[in-house]
Each structure stands twice: as structure tokens, then as C-alpha cells.
Design a protein around this ligand. Structure first.
Ligand code: C5P
Length: 298
């Protein structure tokens, strides 16, 4: 009781005044984190939260259009991975294929090179939803602060690593913008069972992905990232999971460094919500023709 009173005085606690100590999100009756009940770890979070959607500050969206509002079906599930070092080349490619993809994925390579400025440049030029694939993985406070630092970019999707743990994922979700889906990377598609064993984890990729998917669901995230080989099983376990699937290769395409690959069509048929495709389009001789050909298979 004394601890709860102290929390109340210091402003620590959840928005619904349940005043529990330490890292937690408000829970529903099953014990799952309920992201609709916004929790703030400290005053700093609360200030950012209030500022998040510009309601108090009157600040307008810098991107200017709100992509892929939660709940609306996506017409084209393909997100093109713009893994290119040059901003001009990335912008040109985005404009070239924009009619044949549903969104753009900007990852570590792009964000480290071009930062916020680069993201806004691409978003304004292509006018497509932006998926910031930052794969955040750190202590909860650091991940939540990083999430708040990208809220002004209004990404449609942001990734964190499920192996960062439940508290980290809960805080990431609590700190994210209202219209941003936070999804957890389970096991990279460039890894197979042997690689997993070398990290000290025994068992199949299938079991590992399902375990981490359950953790992400308990933490109140919107979905997960997994390969097309596990997407059907996750879909059965977590019905409304937002399923992001990379490692996709059209029949006959080179796998490169990807190990758990399937075709875009089979991932779609198994229940994928978003199909992440990079090199099969970006490194194609004719990226526009490649994007069109993939779209035609879906
Ligand atoms: O070129 P490719 O189609 O293999 O690109 C896949 C993209 O998806 C890359 O940007 C990579 O960072 C990302 N990704 C992945 N595997 C995951 C999560 C993201 O390949 N598990």
C-alpha cells in the first residue's frame, strides 16, 4: 500500500490508476497486456504520450497522410524492402514501382545512412505506408524512448525483437503511436535449425517461432515477423495476428542469404498480412516488370 501511494505521488503508474509498481502494462482478465490501456512508466513518457498525436500541441502530421489505418484491409500486401545505400536511388526505385506495391520497408541500412530526413523524403515522394524495420532490441526504457523518437514519422509498422522479452515489448507498444503496428521479429529468415542450435536454443525453428509468437501476443503486440514456413501454424494459434513475412522468393529466384524461403503466393495463401520483398525486385534488371510479375501471382 505504501508503495502504491508513493507511485501515485510520483506520477508512476498506469493511466487507469491501477498503481502497480515496476514495469507492467494494464492487463485484461486473461492476464494479457491490453494496449488500449495506455501505461506510462514515468512522467517523461506521459509528456511524450500527450504530445504524440498533436492533440495538445496542435502539431500536424509531418507525413501528411495516415497510411494503412489499423483494421482496414490492405489492397496490395507487398512491402518493398528499400535496402539501398543511396537516397536518390531508393527514391527513384520507390517512385518506379509504387503502383505495384502496397508499402515501403526502410531498414537499418537506410535509417543509419539517412535517418528521419531520409524517411520523410521517401514517404513524401512515394506516398505509400512506411514500415520502419529497425528491429529494436535493448532494455525496456531504451526501446520505449527510441519508439517515441520515431513517432513523428508515423510509421505504419515498426519491428522489435521478441527475444528482448515481454516487458520490453509491452513498453515498446505503450510508447508507439496510435496508428503504428508494433510487430515482433521471432527468428530471422536467414537462420535455420543449425544456426539456432549454435545460439544455444534446441528444438525446431517452428517451435521457437510459436513460443516467441505467444510471448508477443501476451505482451499486447499487434503481430510478428516469421518465415512463410511457420505462418500457417502461427495463424492457427493467434487468429488476428498481423503476420509480416520476409524471405520470399518467386519460383526460380536466387535465395541469397535467406534460408527459410517460400514463394510470395504460398505465404499469402497461408495467411500472411504483409509480404516483404527486397532483392527479387530491387536487384532485378527491370524492377517494374519484376514488381508487376509478383503482383500478378497474388
Ligand atoms: O532482399 P530480401 O527480399 O531478402 O529482403 C528481405 C528484407 O526483410 C530485408 O530487408 C531484411 O532485413 C528483412 N527481414 C528478413 N528476415 C526477418 C526480418 C526482416 O529478411 N526475419
Amino acid at each position: 500500500m505504501a508503495a502504491e501511494a508513493a507511485d501515485r505521488r510520483s506520477g508512476i503508474g498506469c493511466a487507469r490508476q491501477c498503481h502497480r509498481r515496476g514495469g507492467h502494462a494494464c492487463r485484461d482478465r486473461t492476464g494479457r497486456a491490453d494496449p488500449s490501456r495506455r501505461w506510462r512508466r514515468n512522467r517523461e513518457y506521459q509528456l511524450h504520450d500527450d504530445d504524440r498525436d498533436g492533440r495538445r500541441t496542435g502539431r500536424r502530421s509531418r507525413i501528411g497522410h495516415r497510411p494503412d489505418p489499423a483494421g482496414q484491409p490492405m489492397s496490395n500486401p507487398v512491402y518493398l524492402a528499400l535496402d539501398l545505400p543511396q537516397l536518390d536511388a531508393a527514391r527513384d526505385l520507390a517512385i518506379t514501382v509504387r503502383a505495384h506495391v502496397g508499402g515501403l520497408k526502410l531498414g537499418l541500412e537506410f535509417f543509419c545512412a539517412h535517418g528521419h530526413h531520409g524517411v520523410l523524403d521517401i514517404a513524401h515522394a512515394a506516398k505509400l505506408p512506411i514500415f520502419l524495420d529497425l528491429k529494436l532490441h535493448d532494455i525496456p526504457n531504451t526501446v520505449a524512448s527510441a519508439m517515441q523518437a520515431i513517432n513523428t514519422l508515423e510509421p505504419a509498422i515498426v519491428t522489435v525483437h521478441a527475444s528482448g522479452g515481454r516487458a520490453m515489448m509491452e513498453d515498446a507498444k505503450a510508447a508507439a503511436g496510435e496508428h503504428t503496428r508494433v510487430v515482433a521479429v521471432t527468428m530471422l529468415t536467414s537462420l535455420d535449425e543449425r544456426d539456432l542450435k549454435r545460439t544455444g536454443i534446441t528444438g525446431s525453428p517452428h517451435d521457437h517461432v510459436l513460443r516467441l509468437a505467444e510471448l508477443a501476443q501476451d505482451a499486447g503486440l499487434d503481430g510478428i515477423v516469421c518465415s512463410g514456413q511457420e505462418v500457417g501454424a502461427v495463424h492457427k494459434q493467434w487468429k488476428d495476428c498481423f503476420l509480416v513475412v520476409p524471405g520470399l522468393r518467386p519460383a526460380g529466384a536466387s535465395a541469397g542469404d535467406q534460408k527459410r524461403t517460400v514463394t510470395p503466393r504460398s505465404a499469402r495463401d497461408a495467411g500472411a498480412s504483409v509480404l516483404v520483398i527486397g532483392r527479387p525486385i530491387s536487384r532485378a534488371e527491370d524492377p517494374l516488370a519484376a514488381a508487376r510479375a509478383i503482383e500478378a501471382t497474388l
